[in-house]
Write a protein that binds this ligand. Sequence first.
Ligand code: C2E
Ligand code: CA
Ligand code: CA
Length: 759
Amino acid sequence: MNYADQPGWQSETMTIASLESSAPGPTEGAAGRRVIPADDVRILLVDDKKDLLESLYQLVTLHGYQATRALGGQAALDALAADAYDVVLLDLIMPGVSGHDVLDFIAREQIDTKVIVVSGDASFSGVKHALHCGAFDFVKKPYEAAELIATMETALRQVRLENENQDMGAQLRASEELHRFIVNSSPDLVYMLDRNGCFTFLNDRLGPMLGFDKTELLSRHYTELVDAEYLDVAANVFSERRTGTRAARNVELKLRSSLKRMGTRFTDVQSVWVELTAQGVYTDPRERNRQTFVGTFGTIRDISERKEAQEVINFQAYHDLLTHLPNRALLKDRLELAITQGQRNKIRLAVMFLDLDRFKVVNDTLGHTMGDRLLKAVANRLQSCLRRGDTLSRFGGDEFTLLLPEVRTRDDVVVIAGKILDRLGSPFVIDGHELFVGASIGIAMYPEAGDSAEALIQNADIAMYHIKSRGKNGYQFFTDEMNHRFSTRLTLEREVRNGMARGEFEVYYQPQVCLASGRITGVEALVRWRHPERGMLGPAEFLPLAEETGLIIQLDEYVQRQAFADVAEWERSGVANVRLSVNVSAQQLEKEGFVEQIVGAMRTAGLKPHRVKLEITENTLMQDMEVIIPKLKQLRALGACVAIDDFGTGYSSLSYLRQFPINTLKIDRSFVCDIREEEVDGGASIINAIVAMARGLKLDLIAEGVENNTQLTYLKSQGCSEVQGYIFSEPLPARDVCQMLRDEPFANIVVTEPVAAAS
Ligand code: C2E
Ligand code: CA
Ligand code: CA
């Protein structure tokens, strides 16, 4: 074959580069653009004649293609088994494994390649057989170089087309899958309606969101899915013709759902809050008219959680979460409204401020869970006292406020207050505990006690504080005089601080008398406030607030310092050696460094610890036992005594009492008060129990609030050895009690006859 005939084959000295640029066919198409990236093409050349194979190789590589040579049929099979080829130039007649065998192999192994038979065997049957066996084309030997290359490139072009086609199909399939995936995994329900409003498409969210099957809804009208109340809204959205940013967005409405929601039966059809978008779809987006309109497309988002959260937030903003009663804010709203109506219709209204008397005790001793349950129970009982239109609200803590928007007279209010006190008077039984809570109720009437919501609430609060300081459990109307006392708790707090700085607080002492000897064995220190404007104030008027604000700690320390100094002085001056009882508040007791502080104060005053008795209320003791017990043990080890004050009013059990390092039980005033000649059993039965308990635990007993002989006689008969009360003396200033200690005036009062003889 004459290579010089071939284009670009004039000289063997031509460089590859110049060959490439001068050869038009192989790598560039008619339009001059590369049709086949020659590097990617793999060509297998098969011939059993070495020189022919070489010349074929030269020809092909000179046209810029890579080629692999296989000398003979077997080499061809090996090559085909090992690698993939786009085109095979195959000699037919070869010894051993022939070209036909190679074709058979390709067919059998389903090898994807284009075979161009290059053979001198031009007989019709050979060619026919070859083409039949899947050969792509046929070039007769000796070949024209141009014809061979052209045939080869046709085959290559075909390969490329097929490849591209395949790729495109795969891409199409992938992209369709992707879109389907995106649409179906959208968190929103995607829908499409036809021009009549019937569903033509719904994505997979339908089931999880609304509980329906696609088949139930496809080709059904959208109204079947919409909650009856929202059909109008839906009509507006689903007939959306606009597109783009002007289309309907975030329209909220309710759809029907067959899903089971909280607290419903499965068969109930429920409503779900959704947010909807819709836009018109047109065959030609530029020509939007009735003819091109095909329907509506949009998304539906489940917003039921957000809606519920919103409802909860709205509720929370205006209600107390524990009792579900209206809160301060809602009460104020309603009160303002009631005032406006009152003004217009010339009617009166009443605001009651109610504070539970013994809630703190329950909360501190039995825990918050119990406290919460009690509050709910109280709320329920209160509600049962009200009429329609009245508002009961929880103000916080154990404070409730009542708005009675229509009352004619004070007497109406008195009746309701009485009813409330009566209802709260009977015990609450929670978890086997019998809980007693009284209430103090302050009442402010519109218009005389104020004409704004703030004023009425504040004045009711002031009236409540008034009743609380007068012994609790009762009601009190606000009067103008009260305002001159403590206008607000805030001013009271400020005044306590100032009073302490100015030394307005004084310590009074009440004697404690031994019933066997009639001698004063001890005194209890009780604080008083000599207020510059309001005169002498008892602890009830300022202690609750001092406790609330934490000022109680300073106050206690102040009283104790003073009392230690007084008693040490009496001792030094030879007046008497008495034991001093001081009251210790929960906050003082729990404070870190309490023991060091109080022992330091004794040392400063020069008073021995065994002269001191700490009075701690039963409820304080129960609060934080792990903290309190070690402190009390330390003080006991130093010689100080510990008494449980107000014993019998708390909820301590015998098993608890055993753990406390105590010396004395102090029987609460209220039980002593109940001792009457006629019915010695009322409070007396409790006293019997306390006496028995003290004996069992080997504790001393002292009774407080003893006012008359009946009580004294009874207590003595029960084996109570010591008493304190008005029968002997009220609390007195230091100077007066000092005189009393000198005089020892009680020996003649002491009763020796047992009460049994009297009755
Ligand atoms: P308390 O410790 O139970 O004190 C006894 C209270 O009963 C005193 O009231 C006393 O004046 C009163 N009382 C005494 N004898 C009789 C009587 O025969 N009949 C009646 N009806 N009452 C009698 P006071 O002084 O008003 O003290 C009230 C409470 O204030 C005390 O109750 C005590 O818990 C507390 N308190 C007083 N001073 C202090 C103090 O310095 N620190 C602390 N933390 N609390 C104090
Ligand atoms: Ca006391
Ligand atoms: Ca007491």
